[in-house]
Design a protein around this ligand. Structure first.
Ligand code: SF4
Length: 384
């Protein structure tokens, strides 16, 4: 089964660290948006009729800020997906929500429309940190949004947090963690801040106007998240993700397990398995531009640019690089069953990492030792 991702490219305003594609967007653009995604699905089904028989069991609306569209447009989009593509009855249907953009009535409408999981972009419970990050919402908005989502009956409510923020002290992060667990969320994501080049926070750091905590301090913050969340009963199932038993994000598991997913909307990426033409998968990438996306669809073209046909080496590398982010690691025989034996460069890189102690072989499984999780990107890059 596959997943379906819809990118909603609107935000109230840009946060100081973010380079995800989104625009402030006028009301007419938001009104037009569901019809554009519907057009993209229709073009996809015309070019790849076989996709109409691939069932999805997860749908994820991310952004941007999906809740800026409002519940009616989101529900319309979800209904449009279900009317064109098979989606299981008990699919996990998530929307990201920014606490400053959603009301209790909105959550009720979204539940009625079929959404059953919400991921709240909290980032911090401190007013000064929220201001430093350029978030639009207050701490009070977070409390209200969380309680509203619970009252509306979502079966899973998650909280996203950021640590290593400008000027942040370790004790402040610990307070954020301690407060987060009192909400009893089903899922917690905790990412170290990584301001992207070109963003205001990146510029301010380069100019010396603000400073991030040093690497050792950020590593201790990561360790504090592991300790606090584990002691509160959360399973640390992926490098940056924690959940109550059985509450993993099923949609994100598809990325880490290299299962198929459709990517709809500007800047969305996808991985299709259309059969013999691409036995190891076809990677699609929509342009990070609403006008370019709109232009392609108006010309009757899929907005993919040049999709990449993966070869066996791509499939093996991606299966390892994404799969090793999970606490359980990967099963080499399962990857081999899907993709054939590993090409020599991949086998060599794996053996080298095992020999250096950066990777563990545990029966049939390969895992990243926990002590390397904080620097996982550096380790996993060696497989690229
Ligand atoms: S709300 Fe999310 S997507 Fe929008 S600018 Fe902020 S971090 Fe980026």
């Amino acid at each position: 089964m596959r997943g379906i991702y819809v990118h909603v490219p609107f935000c109230v305003r840009k946060c100081g660290y973010c380079d995800f594609y989104s625009v402030a967007g006028v009301e007419e653009e938001r009104d037009r948006y569901p019809a554009l995604v519907e057009r993209e699905m229709d073009l996809l089904l015309r070019a790849f009729p076989g996709e109409a028989s691939v069932t999805a069991d997860t749908v994820y609306f991310g952004g941007g800020t999906p809740t800026v569209l409002g519940p009616d447009r989101l529900n319309r989009l979800l209904a449009a997906i279900r009317s064109r593509l098979p989606v299981t009855e008990n699919a996990e249907v998530t929307t990201e929500a920014n606490p400053g953009t959603v009301t209790g009535a909105d959550f009720v409408r979204l539940r009625e429309g079929g959404f059953n999981r919400v991921s709240l972009g909290v980032q911090s419970f401190r007013r000064d940190t929220l201001a430093a990050l350029g978030r639009i919402h207050s701490v009070e908005d977070v409390r209200t949004a969380y309680q509203d989502a619970r009252r509306a009956g979502f079966s899973s409510v998650g909280i996203d947090l950021i640590f290593g923020n400008p000027g942040q002290r370790e004790a402040e992060w610990q307070e954020d963690l301690d407060l987060a667990v009192t909400f009893l969320p089903d899922h917690v994501s905790a990412y170290a801040l990584a301001p992207e080049p070109g963003t205001p926070i990146h510029e301010a750091i380069a100019d010396g106007g603000i400073a991030l905590p040093d690497d050792d301090s950020v590593a201790r913050m990561y360790a504090a998240a592991m300790k606090t969340l584990r002691e509160a009963g959360y399973r640390h199932y992926e490098i940056s993700n924690f959940c109550r038993p059985g509450k993993e994000c099923r949609h994100n598991l598809k990325y880490w397990r290299r299962e198929g997913y459709l990517g709809l909307g500007p800047s969305a990426h996808g991985l299709l398995f259309p059969g013999e033409s691409a036995p190891f998968g076809l990677r699609t990438a929509n342009p990070p531009s609403l006008p370019d996306y709109h232009g392609a669809l108006s010309d009757g073209r899929l907005p993919w640019g040049s999709p990449r046909v993966c070869d066996r080496e791509d499939a093996w590398k991606e299966s390892l690089i994404f799969g090793l982010r999970m606490a359980d690691g990967v099963s080499s025989p399962s990857i081999e069953k899907k993709n054939g034996p590993p090409p020599e460069p991949v086998r060599g890189a794996v053996e080298h990492l095992i020999g250096s102690g950066l990777l563990l072989r545990d029966g049939d499984r390969l895992r990243l030792p926990e002590r390397h999780w904080f620097v996982s990107n550096e380790v996993l890059q060696r497989l690229a």
